[in-house]
Design a protein around this ligand. Structure first.
Ligand SMILES: [Zn+2]
Ligand SMILES: [Zn+2]
Length: 133
């Protein structure tokens, strides 16, 4: 599936070819903190299928508890997270689904790091809803 992404302010834009079956949720505490949300949804793009068409994301290298380092790219102007990848010679990029125009079609297919999921994240259907604020 061809996808188009951009940061909130528009300084950064990108496109990719992704396999929708590789859309997933991560419940790790780093994703909770770096996304500012309960969990993060990402879809994988192979290196050759991902192109930044505008701007230059700033990068932050995160060191996990395991010692693994991972690059997190974001817009230095608006802070929108764009992708994460390996520190050296990345073969794949994890694109942040919320920044993609096609996000409605990228329903996650698996959840990882469920041991650290916030307990209420798995059932929000019973919460009162409004079409707008
Ligand atoms: Zn931006
Ligand atoms: Zn994570």
């Amino acid at each position: 599936m061809k996808v188009h992404g951009r940061c909130h302010c528009g300084e950064i834009a990108y496109e990719a070819d992704v396999d929708p079956s590789r859309s997933g949720i991560c419940h790790c505490t780093d994703c909770q903190m770096l996304s500012g949300s309960a969990y993060r949804v990402s879809v994988i793009a192979d290196r050759d299928a991902f192109t930044i068409t505008r701007g230059h994301p700033k990068t932050y290298v995160k060191t996990a508890e395991s010692g693994n380092k991972r690059v997190h790219a974001f817009c230095s102007n608006c802070g929108t997270p764009v992708y994460s990848c390996a520190l050296q010679d990345p073969a794949i990029y994890a694109l942040r689904v919320g920044c993609l125009d096609q996000r409605a079609e990228l329903a996650p297919k698996r959840q990882i790091w469920c041991a650290s999921a916030v307990p209420w994240s798995s059932n929000i259907t019973s919460i009162e809803t409004f079409d707008r604020q």
